[in-house]
Write a protein that binds this ligand. Structure first.
Ligand code: GDP
Length: 199
């Protein structure tokens, strides 16, 4: 399926620009630089379907991709968060956009929350998890860049991430461990995603 059609659809800087809610959607969220673009490229088998935004001002859109011919579902690349230097106004705009999308999007089947394997769950991720709990959609936690640390450290961080997940009602208790670089956990994530959209 992922080797078939995957097309960029549109970029929505505000809710009024969202596409019609006519296909199931799975959203991807995470701190800036968590490896979200790389993961989207890895699961779609594309080199550059998703591009990393380099400046905070350019990260404020929801990017939609369509998968399948005819279209079966959409992937939504949510704007990254956690820029230390982001102006308050930008952060407020981000919160408003993301919160209303998460709460109001009827076709949203699941959110994938990406956590950097080197850093674990940071306070901004906790905030995001709380925001996700308040939306009606369950989320999976996906650890990224697993190749960057030793197996023993990875196991330790994974356990801490699982413990954090258990405190959040809408988080899946099992987590996904991935490396876009080494193509690790990518097939498993695709399978989870396909299960999510078919419910
Ligand atoms: P985004 O800002 O969340 O979209 O993050 P990117 O996908 O642009 O990745 C941020 C940086 O991390 C880039 O330099 C990537 O090459 C690197 N990166 C992303 N995924 C991996 C991975 O699985 N392994 C390693 N070693 N580096 C990664």
């Amino acid at each position: 399926l992922f080797s078939g059609r995957v097309d960029f659809l549109l970029s929505a800087p505000e809710l009024k620009f969202l596409p019609e809610p006519d296909f199931p959607e799975v959203a991807f969220a995470g701190r800036s630089n968590v490896g979200k673009s790389s993961l989207l490229n890895a699961i779609t088998g594309r080199r550059s379907i998703a591009r990393a935004s380099v400046t905070p001002g350019r990260t404020q859109e929801l990017n939609f991709f369509e998968v399948g011919e005819p279209t079966l579902f959409r992937l939504v690349d949510m704007p990254g968060y956690g820029f230390a230097k982001a102006p308050v106004k930008v952060v407020e705009r981000w919160k408003k956009l993301v919160r209303s999308f998460l709460r109001g999007r009827v076709v949203l089947k699941r959110t994938m929350l990406l956590i950097d394997s080197r850093h674990g769950v940071k306070p901004v991720d906790e905030e995001m998890m709380t925001m996700l709990d308040e939306s009606a959609v369950g989320y999976r936690i996906v650890m990224t860049k697993a190749d960057k640390i030793k197996a023993s450290e990875l196991a330790e961080t994974a356990e801490l991430v699982r413990a954090a997940a258990r405190k959040h009602p809408a988080a899946y208790p099992e987590i996904q461990i991935t490396s876009s670089e080494k193509k690790m956990g990518i097939d498993e994530l695709r399978a989870a995603l396909l299960e999510d959209i078919s419910h």
